[in-house]
Design a protein around this ligand. Sequence first.
Ligand SMILES: O=C(O)CCC(=O)C(=O)O
Length: 289
Amino acid sequence: MDWREEYRDQGFVVVENVLPHDLIDAHIVDVAALLRKYGVFDAAALSALPMAVDDELMVAVLDLHQEGEAARGLIFNRIIGSLLRQLFEAEPSLAFARSALWGPGDMRAHVDTAFRSPEPPYGVCRTWCALEDIHPESGRFYLLPGSHRSLAPKLCGEVLAERPDLMALYEQMVLQPQSCDAKSWMRLHNRAWPFVSAKVADRIEEAEKVAFQLNKGDIVFFNPSIAHGAFSCADASLTRKMMLCEWTANGASDFALSPEALRSCVRLPLRREDNLVDIGPRIAARAAR
Ligand SMILES: O=C(O)CCC(=O)C(=O)O
């Protein structure tokens, strides 16, 4: 099967042994040095940071991924670029990249985006990169295969049915596409996504969660509409070194966002028609009942 078929069906593919270990090691040195500046030597110190300092650190982490030589070498890896180009059928652009040395703790299942088509051509993809051999007890990343197709569109439809304000936005985009632009799409996404994501954890079974043994340099390419999260960490002394990137298809290359935009994680404009889930038939069927 073409790997893109697998990505379409399952919502992810795991690609082994992509990132060179020497670059990973250099990047980890940079990340650890930055964390040290904030007095962070372990997971406990990180979670004890006051919120304002934590926000400042996150900005510094995003900056490191924009400027750091090792970070850029990892992010703009030739294999990653080639796979994203095949997925997007367009040039990929980085929306943001960040790394972490410890797991986030028990992270409930959620989706990172809503109202994007689960079918190609894709508008967005995330890459979860293992920066060490991930210990099984360190809070492994999990996904629910196929949920970008079976669950996410259903939840989008439910949220629209429950929220007339969001339904009005959606209908305007579908019925009057000429009056809408990428900003309309972002408005719908930004307002609706928290409601969609909040529904995920109650609608899945524990047994559906799938995690992989990931080794240093392996990457999971995943559709951010797939339900995913992280298991809790069984041993606080364990690290879980990873880098997460979000990529969009928009024809621009390299870092298209200004640092200011990166800081607020503003995404680049997307072509509306490529990214809307067609849930019109679902809505019509509901109205007919
Ligand atoms: O850190 C992880 O393993 C999960 C990351 C994640 O789910 C997210 O950033 O949305």
